[in-house]
Design a protein around this ligand. Structure first.
Ligand SMILES: [Zn+2]
Length: 147
């Protein structure tokens, strides 16, 4: 649909991420090799550190910091133009600083995409994950720890 927000495209490796998100849990893949245990994202079959194919999904605190952000302006896809200017932030996870997730900063889980004034966004600000169902998919979104 031309007027719909884009939904995540899942594959076998990434499906658990979305299943945990639907339960309100932010989990990332972790190497299950005893001598390794490295966290990784995006999901993939093999550990880039040790080559092991053993993996598990580890729950994170859901806390992080804004590592970068953009404020998209039109021209945009119609569904996004309706919300502009909104934000897309890159969050560095507190539990795994090498992992960065892209999402939206909002005032509360079910708030609109443009609920945060772009001028209030700061690199390094602490954020907390929240979850909201958007067009049938539960998405991780982010709120400021200190609004
Ligand atoms: Zn490993």
């Amino acid at each position: 649909m031309a007027d719909a927000l884009l939904s995540p495209v899942t594959d076998d490796d990434g499906a658990p991420f979305w299943e945990y998100a639907a339960r309100g849990e932010l989990r990332v893949q972790a190497c299950a090799a005893p001598a390794c245990g490295e966290l990784r994202f995006p999901p993939r079959p093999c550990c880039p550190h040790c080559g092991s194919f053993d993996a598990e999904w580890r729950r994170t605190s859901g806390r992080g910091r804004i590592w970068s952000y953009v404020v998209p302006h039109p021209p945009l896809l119609p569904a996004y133009a309706a919300h502009a200017p909104y934000n897309a932030i890159v969050v560095e996870l507190a539990d795994a600083p090498r992992i960065r997730l892209v999402g939206n900063l909002v005032t509360r889980a079910d708030a609109p995409l443009d609920s945060v004034d772009p001028h209030r966004i700061r690199i390094g600000a602490k954020v907390q994950v929240v979850f909201a169902e958007v067009e049938g998919v539960v998405l991780p979104r982010w709120t400021l720890e200190r609004p």
